[in-house]
Design a protein around this ligand. Structure first.
Ligand SMILES: [Cu+2]
Length: 627
């Protein structure tokens, strides 16, 4: 054999060897028997705590993760585990009293180097461990709060973590001295095909599971519930509670824990949580029934699709989700939690009498958007007479605080639907999640074609709310099936000349690129305002996935000023109702009310910026202010 031929052979042999090695790395079925990764509800702290010292041995390994049923979809991913125990997703739960010294040993069983962040006091350098290597970490947990640790073989920035690394996360809680744990710790994780903002496919989970396999909770009426959230994903989320408000008790931004005093706690139905942030919330169910807590981003609340990451998918979905067929019927998945509040035996609703009856009629129309929503007021023609004109989104439904009202949703489509009354405190059966809300045998039905459903409510708060489809079909949410739901204080008349609503959404009118809409159109007419008059501006984000919309009212120099007065239908405390520069980040599922008054004639622009990963666009509406 000539030297040249030997060289070629040598090259081919090396290539074959390289291909074999790569296929071994990529194929967990061939290598060692795959280790199962257990979902971790963060109920049992890991390690051994003795005399003020927590000793813990953590390994980093590849294993088999089941995000649905234990015989469902299987993914091969990197995970943390406590040495001698099962691998876990999220990883071993570290919980210690303030002042504890932590001595952790990290064993990397992977064939690649891994970097672990967050095991140390905030600001400490991450720990890099070579293939098959080991590292020791020692530090004192001094500041009470909610933290997390995470690993990655590729990204050094959580915002860029993706693919096989994405499940390498563990919760880390430091309790104040003497505190008794009475909380649930939730780790949000998301596996995506590409780094950060470039991701096209994502699969998001809570404590290692996707709905309907996420944890279920049962609370009694008036129980005080404390939940704590960790966003270990590469994008922000919008966390929404059905039926009740919750307070934000503390936030951890960039390692700095900010606790709110009881009086200053924000009260919300939707909260944005950015990458690497954590927050604590409290709430109390005051009505029985089934309720939901979920990310309001459409792509995080529908059935999961495994992102196209090489070597990750082991087995696709083989098991029918039989035990959840009914609850799963609306097509939900991923970041959704189910809550059941048993009845306390006291009858509700027995003395129900509607003071007012409204019809919300949904029909299909030619052209875009596909759906036409019309409101017919049976008893009070004055309040919503303007709503009889067909618009591009649902017309405003204007209710009176405390007044019992029946809204009949009439489905004249060829497809089913469901309408959710976002932010309204009502009975579970009327909340609008078919197959889930309600209680016992009385579960909210799907509104089938040609049928209707009567929702009852007597909204206890005046403010800005939303009605929108809870049918998990993207065409309804991007074709106008939503509108503002405005509740006025008793005795107040709705004045459309000073009370202005701006609904921000995304339109996807068949084949067109997704477009940003203000009140259903990308080309709104100039609004004419008067100098010296005070306007209430109501902002609603009911887009698909735009968790970080930024709205501002500006002149040529920048934002003018407005007065923040309410969020999610709750009036702000006088202390936080300040005049501020007229700009606000508004996540999907949030509403904000501001007051605005101009002292001189001028031309302004209402600017909407959508810095999301899928579309980065702006939309504007002109304000012309004259004497
Ligand atoms: Cu989300």
């Amino acid at each position: 054999m000539s030297a040249a031929k030997r060289l070629v052979w040598h090259g081919v042999g090396e290539l074959l060897w390289l291909l074999l090695t790569l296929s071994l790395l990529a194929s967990p079925s061939w290598s060692e028997p795959s280790r199962r990764i257990a979902a971790n509800p963060n109920h049992s702290p890991a390690g051994v705590l003795r005399d003020g010292v927590l000793t813990i041995q953590i390994e980093i390994a590849r294993g088999e993760w089941r995000l649905d049923a234990e015989n469902g979809v299987a993914l091969s991913v990197y995970a943390f585990g406590e040495v001698g125990h099962q691998l876990q997703n999220p990883g071993p739960f570290i919980r210690v009293p303030q002042g504890t010294e932590i001595r952790a040993q990290l064993n990397n069983t992977l064939p690649v180097p891994v970097t672990v962040h967050g095991l140390g006091i905030p600001g400490n350098a991450p720990v890099r461990i070579g293939p098959g290597g080991m590292a020791q970490v020692g530090f004192k947990a001094t500041t009470p709060g909610l933290y997390f640790y995470w690993g990655a073989t590729e990204a050094d920035d959580l915002k860029l973590r993706h693919g096989i690394d994405a499940e390498l996360t563990g919760a880390f809680v430091v309790d104040p001295t003497g505190a008794i744990a009475n909380d649930e710790i939730f780790v949000m994780e998301m596996i995506s095909d590409r780094p950060g903002a470039g991701a096209r496919q994502t699969l998001a989970t809570i404590n290692g599971k996707s709905w309907p396999y996420t944890q279920r909770f049962e609370y009694h009426i008036d129980e005080s519930v404390h939940w704590r959230w960790i966003n270990a994903t590469n994008e922000p989320h919008a966390l929404h509670l059905h039926g009740f408000y919750y307070t934000i008790d503390a936030f951890n931004r960039a390692g700095k824990v900010q606790s709110y005093s009881t009086q200053s706690r924000p009260t919300v139905v939707t909260q944005r949580i950015a990458q690497a942030e954590t927050f604590d919330m409290s709430w109390s169910p005051t009505r029985s029934g089934n309720w939901l807590f979920h990310c309001h981003m459409f792509q995080h609340m529908i059935r999961p699709v495994v992102p196209n990451v090489p070597g990750v998918l082991i087995t696709a979905d083989s098991s029918p989700r039989d035990e959840h067929t009914m609850q799963d019927a609306p097509g939900m998945g991923q970041m959704v939690l189910g809550i059941t509040v048993p009845s306390n035996g006291k009858p509700s609703d027995v003395t129900w009498h509607a003071d007012r009856r409204i019809q919300l009629e949904i029909t299909e129309r030619e052209g875009a958007p596909r759906y036409l929503l019309q409101v017919h007021d049976r008893d009070s023609s004055t309040l919503s007479a303007a709503s009889e004109t067909p618009g591009l989104i649902g017309p405003p439904i204007v209710l009176v605080r405390g007044q019992p009202v029946e809204i009949e949703v009439v489905n004249k489509l060829k497809e089913p639907t469901a309408i959710h009354w976002h932010g309204i405190e009502l009975e579970s059966y009327y909340d609008g999640v078919p197959g889930w809300t309600g209680s016992g045998n009385q579960i909210t039905p799907v509104i089938d074609p040609g049928t209707s459903f009567v929702a009852r409510m007597a909204p206890p708060r005046a403010g800005t709310f939303i009605y929108h489809t809870h049918w998990h079909d993207p065409s309804q949410l991007t074709n106008g099936m939503y509108g503002p739901l405005i509740v006025l204080p008793a005795g107040e008349k709705f004045d459309p000349t000073s009370d202005l609503t701006f609904v921000f959404s995304i339109g996807d009118f068949g084949g067109l690129k997704e477009i940003a809409l203000i009140n259903g159109t990308p080309q709104g007419k100039t609004l004419e305002l008067q100098v010296g008059k005070t306007y209430r501006l109501r902002f609603i984000n009911i887009s698909t996935n735009n968790q970080g919309m930024q709205v501002s009212l500006r002149d040529a120099k920048g934002p003018v000023e407005w007065l923040n007065v309410a969020k999610d239908g709750i009036d702000l405390s006088p202390a936080s109702a300040n005049a501020t520069p007229a700009q606000q980040t508004i996540t999907v599922g949030e509403t904000y009310d501001v007051k605005f008054s101009a002292s001189k004639p001028q031309d302004l622009l209402l600017d909407l910026l959508l810095p999301a990963q899928k579309i980065h666009i702006t939309q504007t509406l002109a304000f012309k202010i004259t004497n």
